[in-house]
Structures are given as C-alpha cells and as structure tokens.
Design a protein around this ligand. Structure first.
Ligand code: 5AD
Length: 358
C-alpha cells in the first residue's frame, strides 16, 4: 500500500532542478496556488492530518562559534549568557510530558561545558522519567559524543547544513576545526549511529542564489532526511551579516528574498520532493508572519510545530534573531489556542513520538 502511494507521489518527488527553479521564481499567483495545493495533498496522503508537537528547550546560549548571522555567536558581548541547570531541564521535560507532547528537543549553542558524559546522563534520566522521544540539537560534535548520546537513548539529531553553496557556507561559518568533518559528513555519521536525522537551511541569506536554493532542495532528497527545517533568514543587528548585508547581497535577479512568500514556496517544494519527512512550520516563519504564517506553513506542506518550553527568564536570551515569535507564547497558548488553531485547519494534534513514516 505504501508502495502504491509512493508511485502516486513520484511525479512530484522526481522534480528536477529546472522545475524547482521555475516554482521558486514564478510570479503567477495561479501557478503558486497549484504548488500549494499539490503540497497539501501530498502532505495529507503521505503523513496524514496529525500535527506533531515537539517541546523545544533551549538549554544554553553559550557558543564557541562565530557564525556571521547568528545572535548567540561567541563575539556578541551584548548578550547575557545562561546555561540551564540539570534540574531546570528535567522540570521542562516533565512539563512537555504533562502538556501531552511526544517529543522533547534539547537545543543549544556549541557549548563545550555540555560535555559528552553530562548530556548522556541527562538524556537517560529524561528517558527514564518521561519516556518521551528525545531530539538533540547541540551543534557539531565528535563521533564519540554522538555515539554516547545515542546509547543513552537519544532518538534524533538536528543539524542544519544552512546552505549547499560551499563558498557561501565558508564565508559565513568560520570553522572551529578546519580539518574536521563537514556537516554532510556529520549527517552521515548520525545516520550510521541510528539516529533519525534532521537538517535544513535558512531562506534568503545574503549571498544565497536561486540556483543554490534549488540545490539545497535536491540535497534534502539525496540525503533522505527524516526531518527538514526551513525558515527565513532574519537579520540580527549584533552580527556581521546583520550590520553589513550589502557586502554579501547578490544582484536582485539572483538573490533569494528572506520573506514569507519564499518560505512557503520552499516548504511546499520540500514536501513534494520528500513526501514522508517531518517538516516544521518554524518559529522563524511565525516571527515574520505571525500566527497566520504558522497556519499557512501547515497548509503548505508542514506537519510539525515546535512550541517553546524554555523558562521565561531565559527565553529572550536565546536570541539567534530578534523578536522571536515564541517570546509571546504562554502556557495557555500551548494548551488551548494551538490546539484550536490546528483543529480549525481541519487537522488534529498528533499523539505518540511522531517518528518519520517510512
Ligand atoms: N535568522 C534565521 N535563522 C537563524 N538561525 C540562526 N541564526 C538565524 C537568523 N539570524 C537558524 C540556523 C540554525 C537554527 C537553529 O537557527 O539555521 O541552524
């Protein structure tokens, strides 16, 4: 039955570079509507109507890296740094379970004080106490740490490759270890260790061309990812890219805009080329286009939402970009408003861990 379904979807999942480029560039509203309807149809047939909730806890904003776009980069002196305690993280995990979420996501900057053994102990304690699926998103780490965390019970790992344009990637990501494995190699390691693997890109990074964005989408298919996160690039004033975008921007006909419209196109195309992947309607999109943006994301390919469970006193400090939509989310929003919205869209809140359907 899955094989039949797959044949039905193949028409889309075999989209080539030219077709992707023309969807990214079309100015015809009717054409775009066709794309969005196709994405919603494929979403329904491949992953159904469940919207899975992943409770996101931002456990530390310490970071040793200097990514040119990111507000928590090491050189940002204007940011107060925090690291949640073990007890605070365990309390957030209990909260996720109490709220009925199937998954807890632990995210942080590349913080060397989150050591291999410490995170392993944390993961096994969360699994023991809550039984939730655990997703880690702690940056580029060595194979030993990744293996240890997997053994401790971690189910999934998120590591966006950000752009498949290697020259642009290098310009905006000063390497911690120039000899070390690149992110594509790390994604392979994660897969070999038995993780469900997630990656993704930002949309509209200054210097990102339509061609490279089409290649990003093809790379998702080639990597056969379980989870794919895409959101608009949002400028942060305390970063090189936020301060001087002009040094990076391409000519207007080549430069991908960092707007909601382009984000919907990419979401829809990703759903077509990766029908079974779990795709969040991201916080970055909601930051740009509010609840309407989150809803439209869900109507144009997405099937996951990641509500923020970081304690209030830390939340504004995890400032990868300014004015994150989640700053205004309350416990009440998580329990009632979100469920009402999801139901209004003709969907239902997912139950269980919400692993990728294969
Ligand atoms: N705008 C949008 N997304 C950003 N990220 C980091 N900085 C920004 C920004 N300024 C994204 C990156 C990273 C994810 C956790 O957040 O894609 O992988």
């Amino acid at each position: 039955m899955m094989a039949d379904l797959y044949r039905g979807l193949e028409r889309f999942s075999s989209l080539d570079r030219e077709a992707i480029l023309s969807w990214l560039r079309t100015a015809e509203p009717a054409e775009l509507e066709r794309l969005f309807v196709a994405a919603d149809t494929v979403r329904r047939r491949a992953v159904g109507d469940e919207v899975h909730l992943r409770g996101l806890v931002e456990i530390s904003n310490h970071c040793r890296r200097r990514c040119a776009y990111c507000g928590i980069r090491a050189p940002n002196r204007f940011l107060r740094r925090y690291r949640m305690t073990r007890e605070e993280i365990l309390a957030a995990a209990e909260e996720a379970r109490a709220a009925g979420f199937g998954t807890l996501v632990l995210q942080s900057g590349e913080d060397p004080e989150l050591t291999g053994p410490y995170v392993a102990g944390l993961v096994s304690e969360i699994k023991r106490r809550t039984g939730l699926a655990v997703t880690l998103s702690l940056g580029e780490r060595g194979r030993d740490d990744l293996a240890r965390w997997r053994e401790a019970g971690a189910d999934r790992y998120l590591l966006r490759f950000e752009t498949s344009d290697t020259a642009l990637y290098r310009r905006i990501h000063p390497a911690a270890d120039p000899e070390g494995p690149d992110r594509f190699a790390l994604l392979g390691t994660l897969r070999a260790l038995g993780y469900e693997v997630g990656s993704g890109v930002m949309i509209g990074i200054p210097g990102q061309s339509y061609q490279s964005l089409a290649d990003d989408i093809l790379a998702f298919r080639k990597l056969d990812l379980d989870m794919i996160g895409v959101g608009p690039y949002l400028p942060h004033p305390q970063t090189p890219l936020g301060r001087k975008p002009g040094r990076f921007l391409l000519a207007e006909a080549e430069q991908v805009p960092n707007d909601a419209d382009m984000t919907y196109r990419v979401l829809a195309l990703v759903r077509l080329v990766c029908p079974f992947a779990n795709l969040p309607s991201t916080t970055a999109l909601a930051t740009l286009a509010n609840e309407e943006g989150r809803d439209l994301g869900l109507l144009r390919g997405a099937n996951v939402v990641m509500p923020n469970l970081t304690p209030e006193r830390y939340r504004s400090l995890y400032e990868i970009y300014p004015n994150k939509a989640c700053l205004h989310e309350t416990a009440e929003f998580l329990r009632d408003t979100l469920e009402n919205r999801v139901n209004f869209l003709g969907r239902k809140i997912g139950t269980g861990p919400g692993s990728r359907k294969k």
